[in-house]
Design a protein around this ligand. Structure first.
Ligand code: SF4
Length: 512
């Protein structure tokens, strides 16, 4: 772990003897609202309670526009509390991201949670343009370059003057709460890319299953990934539990069984509040027992007394945490786990579970791969002739003919959007520009549910589930763990990717 003398939060994470506690705050719509005053009040109590090391502040949570996080962040930091600001890819392009990072570095807001972000929801006079110019792996890579201050040295696309190194710490999200093997594996596979791009710590997604939480730690150990992890202790009220159960909050799952229990508890005089807080305290104790570096607490409408109650109860329960795990097993009965079950403890054995996902769209993939090898690999028999033809036509009167021909063919085969910087070969011949609502190039977001895309549930399967299934059959799925598909170069938009490839000006020629 890097040293970061300014951050009490990060110092706490780096100390194995400490159990780091953070709390999530959601900025309101407007900085002069009652909710804003309530949020500040909550933060004031948190600052006085030295058990909490930091609060995290969401950025346009759920895809809704809200007060930008640095405003709330600065107010809270002035109270003496550390702040983790969420940095998402949904609403800004790469230049705006850089600009915001310069500003946050200047303001001293340097602990980040770098996420893809939820798909934007309705705003001023309709739905906004979903930006997603960079994905979370790109954003981490950008931040690492800014931290190194060597931005121009190995930036293949633009030569720029060196900058004064920034000092960011980058957290990333991980969801083990995915029902299908393909979805879960894509979360873990993407984590490898995030770590290579500079991730410093992990916060898990929301869930109430001890075996799943243990799975994350075992996976990291099994793969030599040495990162501190904060387990998510989210305390939903009934309304939010309903929404999560219905799949209306991307990536957050409340199973049938847990939902039925919460509904039953809600019939009590306190509307089930004590039961929900006790379950959170149990989870907190279990996370500590499992060896998590800390916990990230959150939930709508909580008072600071509620949080104190959870912290106090968890302390009492901690010594006997193993006895609590059977009461925290809320996951789909048919949900896939990375490790085999230990029947004695109800947790995991060290042996990975067999991969049973079905390889689909395999013939399509193999045909496209064979064509690619013929034409686009230097030893392919058609590489030389095709290169000559493309370059000969590139600047002549027939250039448009070649460009249109390529686009029509690739549109029919892959849904090509004419980006000019083709990534089909890296992504099992599935086009992210038409197949992924967020145009992601380095792995799935956390929003899929039962294999469906967050944005088109029941209508469009997650692109990365399809990619996993295509590569599974050929035994090459593991290769997705390494490498970084660089961000799309918009200078090539609406041009022939074949010509760009043979001229060496697309990402394959320029990537480091
Ligand atoms: S296709 Fe998958 S990765 Fe892309 S937005 Fe939908 S759920 Fe996320």
């Amino acid at each position: 772990m890097r040293s970061h003398p300014d951050s009490r939060f990060y110092q706490s994470l780096a100390d194995p003897a400490e159990f780091t506690l953070t709390f999530e705050l959601v900025p309101s719509r407007g900085g002069r609202s009652k909710e804003h005053a309530r949020t500040l009040e909550l933060a004031r109590h948190a600052a006085a309670d030295h058990r909490l090391q930091a609060v995290s502040i969401t950025e346009n949570a759920g895809g809704h526009a809200a007060l930008s996080p640095e405003v709330l962040g600065l107010e809270i930091r002035a109270m003496g509390l550390e702040v983790i600001v969420h940095f998402s890819c949904k609403d800004k392009n790469r230049n705006q991201m850089e600009s915001q990072l310069f500003a946050w570095d200047r303001l001293g807001l340097r602990d980040l949670l770098v996420i893809t972000g939820d798909y934007p929801k309705e705003g001023y006079r309709g739905f906004p343009k979903p930006v997603f110019d960079l994905d979370s792996v790109h954003a981490l890579d950008l931040i690492s370059r800014m931290n190194a201050g060597r931005f121009s040295a190995d930036d293949p696309l633009r030569q720029r003057a060196p900058i004064h190194p920034t000092g960011f710490i980058s957290g990333v999200a991980l969801s083990p709460f995915k029902r299908l093997e393909a979805e879960l594996m894509m979360q873990y596979i993407k984590l490898h890319r995030k770590v290579a791009a500079g991730a410093d710590f992990i916060i898990t997604q929301v869930g109430y299953d001890a075996r799943k939480f243990e799975e994350v730690l075992l996976y990291l150990r099994h793969h030599g990934l040495d990162l501190p992890v904060l387990g998510n202790v989210f305390i939903p009220n009934l309304a939010v539990a309903d929404l999560m159960h219905q799949g209306k909050i991307p990536g957050c799952i409340i199973t049938d069984e847990l939902h039925a229990l919460i509904r039953h508890e809600a019939k009590g005089a306190d509307k089930g509040k004590k039961a929900r807080l006790m379950r959170a305290a149990m989870l907190l104790a279990v996370l500590k027992g499992l060896g998590y570096s800390g916990a990230h607490i959150g939930g709508p409408g909580l008072s600071y007394r509620d949080i104190e109650f959870v912290l106090d109860e968890a302390e009492q329960l901690a010594p006997d945490w193993r006895a609590l795990t059977p009461g925290l097993s809320f996951w789909h009965r048919d949900g896939w786990y990375y490790f085999e079950k230990d029947e004695e403890t109800g947790l995991n054995r060290p042996e990975p579970s067999p991969r049973t996902a079905q390889g689909r769209e395999v013939l399509r993939y193999q045909l496209a791969l064979a064509m690619h090898r013929l034409v686009f690999t230097p030893h392919g028999p058609l590489y030389g002739p095709m290169k000559k033809l493309s370059l000969a036509l590139a600047d002549g009167p027939l250039a448009k003919f070649l460009d249109h021909g390529e686009h029509v063919l690739k549109f029919l085969m892959f849904g090509c959007q004419h980006c000019g910087d083709c990534t089909l070969a890296e992504l099992a011949f599935a086009c992210p520009q038409s197949g992924c609502a967020k145009y992601l190039l380095n792995g799935a977001c956390g929003g899929s549910r039962d294999g469906w895309c967050e944005v088109y549930p029941g209508r469009k399967r997650c692109l990365y589930v399809r990619i996993y299934e295509r590569l599974l059959e050929s035994g090459t799925v593991e290769r997705l763990k390494t490498g970084l598909v660089p961000p799309r170069n918009w200078a090539l938009n609406n041009s022939s990717s074949w010509v760009n490839f043979y001229q060496g000006i697309d990402h394959t020629g320029k990537a480091g």
